[in-house]
Design a protein around this ligand. Structure first.
Ligand SMILES: Cc1cc2nc3c(=O)[nH]c(=O)nc-3n(C[C@H](O)[C@H](O)[C@H](O)COP(=O)(O)OP(=O)(O)OC[C@H]3O[C@@H](n4cnc5c(N)ncnc54)[C@H](O)[C@@H]3O)c2cc1C
Length: 393
């Protein structure tokens, strides 16, 4: 299909990070966009999220940066302080800023706050959202694609964007038979009041366990603990606070007061970590997958959301730069695949290394961390910047 600068009718399935950012990027580019979101109340998970400088750059392109910075907490100097699980300092690392230092290195933000900012921009652009609605069937036609919605209506559009997350029904509907893979790791997250003096990102290194602390606003922080969990484990949400407290009980120092205050009223979330690694193509006909639907990553580099944001920006660029729709979608996938694959591979390796440790090699491990931690941060962000730079239109 030749586009030649014309405004497309685009249906976005899923109103998460990828779907909201795609609606903003495509709406800003002049396309007519609509979102269908299966939740009847548009809600985001509890807990916080890290947005590193590359993600903040994408949010800047979407016109969201100032509001996101106001709603979150930018860690001073991008500092990350490593401790052992007894609370003894190991080393500090510093994450890179962007845009000559005007974009902070790392921001923590409550997911619900990030969503509030995104949703406000979606609304300001006049993008309609149908809550409690999904797509039950997609039928390719010669001059468009018909989406059958769960409310019984039909809609003929030029492009469908599947932004419906890790368990994407869109992915299955277009015949891509790839199920999420459980990684063997569980993540326990909790939200707390932030003491004013706690402003660093903190990573505590226990043998085969990690416990992190991240400020997310002027008065809140979130914690996250990662460790191996058997496949298929189910824990009742009511038990999450006491289970989190018990699992990370050996963590002292900065973790101790937050673990001690976990109780039945606490805001705790358990997630069994899965990933989705799709080979190209990420589209079939007029249906394009983005975000976790195409490339859900493990969380160890804190980059999955940033990849979803950048997908949105680059998809809009590809549609503007490449006059034929099929060629634009192919070019989009080819541009984004190496970036997302790199993030997934590094993140997976970090998670696997952490889960293999034993208490016996603790001192050697901490010595190695002192020697290599900053070089690893620099190496990752340099390579990420190179890959991202060659993935633009
Ligand atoms: C423990 C953990 C920690 C993480 N920490 C970070 C971090 O610090 N920084 C970071 O950048 N990333 C992080 N991530 C990754 C990040 O959360 C994801 O990459 C991001 O949420 C992906 O956004 P998405 O919009 O693609 O998918 P989702 O956030 O899953 O959104 C999908 C949306 O689609 C809707 N939906 C689903 N199915 C349908 C359907 N059939 N029809 C209509 N709507 C549908 C859902 O309700 C949802 O609103 C973390 C992930 C995990 C698991």
């Amino acid at each position: 299909m030749q586009m030649q600068g014309r405004a497309l009718n685009i249906l976005i399935i899923g109103g998460g990070i990828a779907g909201c950012c795609a609606a903003i990027a495509l709406g800003q580019a002049g396309h007519r966009v609509r979102i269908v979101e299966k939740q009847s109340e548009w809600r985001f998970q509890s807990s916080g999220i890290f947005v590193y400088a590359n993600g903040l750059e994408s949010l800047g392109k979407l016109g969201l940066l100032d509001d996101i910075l106001a709603a979150g907490f930018a860690v001073p100097d991008g500092r990350n302080a490593y401790y052992d699980h007894r609370g003894r300092p190991i080393v500090e690392t510093f994450y890179p800023t962007a845009d000559g230092g005007t974009i902070p290195a790392i921001l923590g933000i409550k997911r619900a706050e990030m969503h509030r900012v995104m949703a406000a921009r979606v609304a300001a652009l006049g993008v309609p959202i149908s809550l409690g609605t999904t797509v039950t069937n997609l039928q390719e036609q010669t001059d468009g694609i018909t989406a059958v919605l769960s409310d019984g209506s039909n809609e003929m559009v030029d492009l469908v964007v599947g932004a419906d997350g890790l368990r994407s029904a869109t992915r299955a509907m277009i015949g891509i038979d790839v199920a999420p893979r459980y990684t063997g790791v569980g993540v326990w997250r909790s939200v707390h009041r932030r003491p004013p003096e706690l402003t660093d990102k903190i990573m505590m290194m226990g043998p085969a366990k990690r416990f992190g602390i991240m400020p997310i606003s002027d008065d809140r922080l979130y914690t996250f603990g990662t460790m191996a969990e058997p496949a298929g484990s189910y824990y009742a949400p009511a038990d999450w606070p006491q289970l989190m407290r018990a699992r990370f009980a050996e963590f002292e120092g900065p973790a101790a007061p937050f673990l001690a205050e976990l109780n039945a009223e606490s805001e705790v979330l358990y997630t069994a970590v899965e990933e989705v690694a799709l080979p190209l193509h990420w589209h079939r006909g007029r249906v394009q997958l983005i975000g976790d639907a195409a490339h859900a990553s493990t969380p160890f580099m804190g980059q999955g959301g940033a990849m979803a944001m950048e997908d949105a920006v680059v998809l809009a660029e590809a549609l503007a730069a490449v006059p034929d729709l099929e060629a634009a979608l192919t070019a989009f996938g080819q541009a984004r695949f190496p970036v997302c694959e790199f993030v997934q591979n590094v993140s997976r390796a970090v998670g696997e290394d952490g889960a293999r440790e034993t208490s016996g090699d603790e001192e050697a491990r901490h010595a190695a961390l002192r020697e290599t931690a900053q070089a690893k941060v620099d190496g990752f962000y340099m390579r990420l910047a190179e890959l991202r730079a060659s993935a633009r239109f």
